[in-house]
Design a protein around this ligand. Structure first.
Ligand SMILES: NC(=O)c1ccc[n+]([C@@H]2O[C@H](COP(=O)([O-])OP(=O)(O)OC[C@H]3O[C@@H](n4cnc5c(N)ncnc54)[C@H](O)[C@@H]3O)[C@@H](O)[C@H]2O)c1
Length: 359
C-alpha cells in the first residue's frame, strides 16, 4: 500500500484531532508540523509522539518538503495564505471550517485549486453523521415533491466565544461563520447545492456589545444573531437564523416543505449548546397525506458509534491515496461563503441584495 506524507499547519486544539485520526491510518505518515509561534510545532510533534516529523516555525518551510497533503488548522484569518501557498506548492489540502474570512478569499482558493489540480476539501465533519446522510437521501429522493421552502438554523441561549472569534478582521463574521456555516451546510448539502440569487437579512450584536453579557463587550465587532431570507435560482426560499445569545430556548426545528410531503428535523438534546446543525439529529418526521388523511411518519434514526472527525480525515487521506475527488469540495462551500457575505451586506444596507457567485 502506498504511504502518503501529510503536514500539519497550525498546531493548536483542532490539529490534535487531525493527528489522532491520521495516526490510526497505517498508510499515513505525519511527516511535518508548522506553527507561527516559535517552538510550538516542535513541542506539538513531541507531545503527539511524532518522532520523525520535521518541525517548522513557518508553513513556507514545511511546503518545501515532498508532502502529498496538508491539514490546515490555523485560525480563520490564516486560512487564505496557507491554503493558497499549499495549493501552489502542489499539495492536497484539508482545510478546517469556515473556509475563509471573505468571499473574495474563497473565490481565489477555488481558482488556485483548479489551477493546481490538487484537492481542496473543507472540514465539515457533520456530513459524516449517518442521520445527516439519511436527511440528504430523503430530500434528494424526490419524496417531498417540489421543495419550495426551507427553514434552518438554531443556536444558543448563551454561548458567545471571545478572543479572535469576535474581531471582524480576524473572523470575518461571528455566529454566522462559527455555527451558521454548519447550519447552512446541512441545508445546502441536502438540497444539492442550489445557486442563491438574493438575500434580505438582519444581524445584530445586542448581547455581545453589552458588558452585562460579554466580558469583552468593548472588543465585540461581529454579529451574535442573524436572520435571513435567501432566494435561490429554482424558486426555492430558505429562511436562515442563527444565534450565539438570545432570551429563548430554541429558534425552532429545521423544516423542508415540499408539494408532496414536509420534513421536520429537531436537534438531539435541548441544552444551550445543542443544535441539529452540528450533526446531532434528535428526530426526523415526515408529514404527508395518505388516502385523503393527514398523517406523519417518524423516520427511525441510525445509531452511530464511530467518530465523525476520524471519518472526515480518513476520507481525505483515502482521496489523496487513491486519486479520488475531494470529499467536501471547496467549490461547494464557496456557495455558503457567498451567502454569508450577502447576509452581512444586506444587514448593513438594511435591504435585499444580490448574492455574488462567480460564474
Ligand atoms: N471542525 C471542527 O469541529 C472545528 C472545531 C474547532 C475549531 N475548528 C477550526 O479549526 C481552526 C483552528 O482552531 P483551533 O481551535 O485549533 O485554534 P488554536 O488557536 O487552538 O490553534 C491554531 C494554531 O495555529 C497557529 N497559527 C496561526 N497562524 C498560523 C500560520 N499562519 N501558520 C501556521 N500556524 C499558525 C497558532 O499559533 C495556533 O497554535 C479554526 O479555523 C476553527 O474554526 C474546527
Amino acid at each position: 500500500m502506498r504511504t502518503i506524507k501529510i503536514g500539519i499547519i497550525g498546531s493548536g486544539g483542532i490539529a490534535r484531532a487531525h493527528v489522532e485520526a491520521y495516526k490510526q491510518l497505517p498508510y499515513v505518515e505525519v511527516a511535518a508540523v508548522a506553527d507561527v509561534v516559535p517552538g510550538r510545532a516542535k513541542q506539538f510533534a513531541e507531545a503527539q509522539g511524532l518522532a520523525n516529523a520535521a518541525a517548522f516555525d513557518s508553513h513556507d518551510e514545511l511546503l518545501k518538503l515532498p508532502l502529498d497533503g496538508v491539514s490546515i488548522c490555523t485560525p480563520n484569518v490564516a486560512h487564505y495564505r496557507t491554503t493558497i501557498d499549499s495549493l501552489r506548492a502542489g499539495k492536497h489540502v484539508l482545510l478546517e471550517k469556515p473556509m475563509s474570512v471573505t468571499l473574495a478569499e474563497a473565490v481565489d482558493m477555488v481558482a488556485a485549486q483548479k489551477e493546481a489540480g490538487t484537492l481542496l476539501s473543507i472540514g465539515f465533519q457533520p456530513r459524516y453523521d449517518p442521520n445527516m446522510k439519511l436527511l440528504r437521501e430523503i430530500v434528494q429522493s424526490g419524496r417531498l415533491g417540489n421543495i419550495y421552502y426551507v427553514e434552518v438554523g438554531g443556536g444558543r441561549r448563551r454561548g458567545m466565544p471571545g478572543g479572535t472569534f469576535i474581531r471582524k478582521e480576524l473572523a470575518g463574521a461571528g455566529a454566522l461563520a462559527d455555527i451558521g456555516c454548519y447550519s447552512l451546510d446541512m441545508a445546502l448539502n441536502a438540497l444539492g447545492h442550489p445557486r442563491p440569487v438574493t438575500v434580505s437579512a438582519y444581524a445584530s450584536n445586542l448581547f455581545g456589545r453589552n458588558p452585562k453579557y460579554h466580558p469583552e463587550a468593548d472588543k465585540f465587532e461581529v454579529e451574535d444573531f442573524g436572520v435571513a431570507m435567501i432566494r435561490f435560482e429554482n424558486d426555492l426560499v430558505l429562511q436562515f437564523k442563527i444565534s450565539w445569545a438570545m432570551h429563548m430556548d430554541t429558534l425552532g426545528p429545521t423544516l423542508f416543505l415540499g408539494t408532496e410531503a414536509g420534513l421536520k428535523v429537531t436537534p438531539y438534546g435541548t441544552g444551550p449548546w445543542s443544535g441539529a446543525w452540528d450533526g446531532k439529529i434528535g428526530s426526523m418526521t415526515l408529514y404527508h397525506d395518505e388516502f385523503g388523511t393527514h398523517t406523519h411518519t417518524e423516520i427511525p434514526l441510525i445509531e452511530h458509534k464511530t467518530n465523525l472527525f476520524f471519518e472526515k480525515v480518513r476520507d481525505f487521506a483515502e482521496a489523496v491515496r487513491d486519486g479520488k475527488p475531494a470529499p467536501i469540495p471547496g467549490e461547494q462551500i464557496l456557495i455558503q461563503q457567498a451567502i454569508i457575505d450577502g447576509v452581512l451586506r444586506s444587514a448593513e444596507a438594511k435591504r435585499e441584495v444580490e448574492i455574488k457567485l462567480p460564474e
